[in-house]
Structures are given as C-alpha cells and as structure tokens.
Design a protein around this ligand. Sequence first.
Ligand SMILES: C[S@@+](CC[C@H](N)C(=O)[O-])C[C@H]1O[C@@H](n2cnc3c(N)ncnc32)[C@H](O)[C@@H]1O
Length: 242
Amino acid sequence: MLHKLKNWLNPIQLPQSDDFIRRLPSLVIGEGMLHRGNITLLEYAIQHLPEQGSVVEIGSYGGLSTNLITHLLQKYHKNHLLFNCDAWIYEGYKDHLGESGPGIDGRDDVSRTDYALYLKNAFVQATRFLHPQRLPHSFHLRSEVFFQKWQQNSPETDLFGRTVTLGGPIALAYIDGDHSYEGAMSDFEHTAQYLVKNGFILLDDSADHLPFGSAAMMREIKQDRRFRVINKNPNYLIQRVG
Ligand SMILES: C[S@@+](CC[C@H](N)C(=O)[O-])C[C@H]1O[C@@H](n2cnc3c(N)ncnc32)[C@H](O)[C@@H]1O
C-alpha cells in the first residue's frame, strides 16, 4: 500500500518518444533487467555529458543497455568512447540461500555455463547487428579486474578484436553489475577515482524501496559531498560536484 502511494507521489518519468528506443526491448535481450526510468536518466546524462572522459558500463548482459547507450551517444552527437565489461555469470534467484545446482532455475538440463555463453553471444550478435560502425570496447572481465587494468593503462584486445588502451577520465558510468553492497561500492569507488567534474553515475537498483546492497549504498552516497543527486526515477542519477 505504502509502495503504491510512493509510486503515485513520484511517478516514473518515461523516455521521450523515440522509435528506436521503443523497438529496442523487443530486439535485444534484457527487458527484465533495464528499468524504463533508467532510460530517461541515461538520456539526460548523455545530453549533458562533460566533454572529457569515456563512458563506462559495468554489467552488459545481453546488450540492451549497451545498445541504448550507444544509440543515445549517436543521437546527441557525442564522440565519447564506450567501455564495458561483464563477467557473464549466471545469477540464480536462490544462490544467496546456498541453493545453487548445476543448472538454471530448476532446469538441470540447461547448464549455467551454456546460459552464460548464450548471453555473451547474444550481446556480441546484437551489438554487431545494431551498431557495426560504433562498436563499444567490451571485455569479458569481472569489474574488479577491469578497473585494475584501467588503473594500469593496460592495452587489451576487446571482444570485437580491437586493441585499445584502458584508463583515463570517466564522464559517465552506468553501474549495473554485482548489486551486493560490497560489489556496488567497489564499482562506485573505482569509478569515483576517475570521474571528471560534472560527470555522472547511474546506479541501477539504488531506488529507496529496494532491498539490495546497492540501495543501502545509495543512502550513504547521499551524504557524500563530492556528489549531488540529479534525479531519482526511481534509481539514482548522481553528478560529481567536487
Ligand atoms: C542486471 S544484469 C545487466 C543488465 C544490462 N545492464 C542491461 O540493462 O541490459 C547484471 C550483469 O552483471 C554481471 N555481473 C555480475 N557481477 C559482476 C562483476 N563482479 N563484474 C562484472 N559483471 C558482473 C552479470 O553477469 C550480469 O550479466
């Protein structure tokens, strides 16, 4: 009841009309993972992107948010590079209860390894199909390792076979990987090290009512004077001010 009242008081701001964005969720895997409110927040951040820095996405899954971000970068004529990573691991609903078997969701005939490979292949296929001229620099890495390489300015070969040097300033990060408190905090702190002034972070599953570690973390970040809240929809978009 309280939840319904909160939704009524703070209705979600939906994305502006854009036929490609309307089409995307039925074209690329991941509709269940991408809150529609995040689309509006990403669109705002990309329209107001600082000139310097790259865009970083943690957690790419089947490519829905990656192709959305790439589309928005093109739409607003932003030449920023997009770097992203995913560990492509299966995350079971009951893993945290220690109930993990070899298969997915009660289906022992569908292995976790095959599931992860299916999603990674889907990511590559969708991205090649939709943005062949503007492929992101994508890496099959856990975010901790991705940020280590970012710190080392390490040259790496991405999933599309191009060698690129990681590192440097970040203008926008979409953090949507490990939603535990420790995982989200690690991604947030790593990003904060490189985030330019007026740069943005959108933290998925940070909405006030959610039971995830990422939401608990956001309650702490709201006290962090380096950042201001731009909007919550219901997840938080924050901007570096100091
Ligand atoms: C919610 S999904 C991402 C959805 C995607 N951003 C979208 O909207 O289309 C979370 C992803 O994070 C990945 N992940 C979980 N922990 C990770 C970690 N430590 N490093 C990198 N990726 C991680 C999972 O493999 C999963 O694909």
